[in-house]
Design a protein around this ligand. Structure first.
Ligand SMILES: Nc1ncnc2c1ncn2[C@@H]1O[C@H](COP(=O)(O)OP(=O)(O)OP(=O)(O)O)[C@@H](O)[C@H]1O
Length: 251
């Protein structure tokens, strides 16, 4: 369903310098699966997510969603198909809008659920992510980072996307809230058959959630396969080292 073919992204920086953020990355993510993307800071994970979503164009190569280039999707088509939870979710809400208004706006673009059912759906979703309805009448600067993260997850799930990309999407939450949210997400994933991509430093989160995993090093995929395979029988020195840092795995 998502196909990356030889994707390279080179950023031009000041003083004529360039940075190769992604170097010839190719893989497929079948529909309805959960894939993890792991790697150290600066290896290219967020760039990969943004290229996959069509937010930035690759320098070369292509990204296909359902066989169609993501670059040819309109903004509306993209938001119907893909939702992304960013590392700092408060920034993905309009600072001048109360959450209720932001959610309404998102639904207007998406038109995926009947507006009459909106109120019931939103209350149900807020209870699933353990947020009080009173937060609907607050602005993004009036909630904690973790609350904004849960609001972003609620908004994304309400829109019933085919693909959900989470870029360190639960990093601000404590372990018990994180576990509960992953339950909500995996249940939603099973119910709707959406494809999920989870970008994380945290191999423990990935091991519990993702069926497949790609590990990136300096913009290249160094290993990919089932999560079980990579975490228990890593082939490269780099992945072995990553796994050893999470000492709970027997390798
Ligand atoms: N807009 C940009 N212009 C120039 N260089 C960029 C830009 N965005 C990212 N980079 C560089 O590309 C490389 C990959 O960045 P990216 O944000 O994708 O890494 P990451 O793996 O997501 O890191 P982290 O885990 O710290 O968020 C880094 O060297 C970064 O400095």
């Amino acid at each position: 369903m998502i196909e990356l073919k030889h994707v390279t992204k080179i950023f031009k920086q000041g003083l004529g310098q360039t940075q190769i953020a992604l170097d010839n990355v190719s893989f497929d993510i079948p529909q309805g699966t959960i894939m993890g993307i792991a790697g150290n800071s600066g290896c290219g994970k967020s760039t990969l997510a943004r290229v996959m979503m069509g937010l930035i164009p690759p320098t070369s190569g292509s990204v296909l969603l359902d066989g169609k280039a993501v670059s040819s999707y309109s903004r509306k088509e993209r938001s119907q198909s893909i939702q992304m939870i960013f590392q700092h979710p408060a920034q993905s809400f309009d600072p001048k809008m109360m959450f209720e208004h932001s959610l309404m706006e998102a639904l207007k673009v998406s038109q995926r659920i009947d507006r009459d059912k909106f109120n019931a759906a939103i209350r149900e979703m807020l209870s699933q992510v353990d947020l009080s309805e009173t937060l609907l009448h607050r602005y993004p600067h009036e909630v904690s980072g973790g609350e904004a993260q849960r609001m972003a997850i609620a908004r994304a799930l309400l829109l019933k996307p085919k693909i959900m990309v989470m870029d360190e999407g639960t990093s601000m939450l404590d372990v018990s809230v994180q576990a509960k949210l992953f339950d909500v997400l995996t249940t939603a994933q099973k119910r709707t058959g959406m494809t999920m991509i989870l970008i994380s430093h945290d191999l423990e989160v990935i091991s519990k959630t993702c069926q497949t995993l790609a590990v990136i090093y300096c913009g290249s995929v160094v290993e990919q396969g089932t999560t079980e395979q990579l975490l228990t029988r890593p082939k490269t020195a780099y992945v072995k080292k990553l796994v050893e840092e999470f000492a709970f795995f027997d390798i």
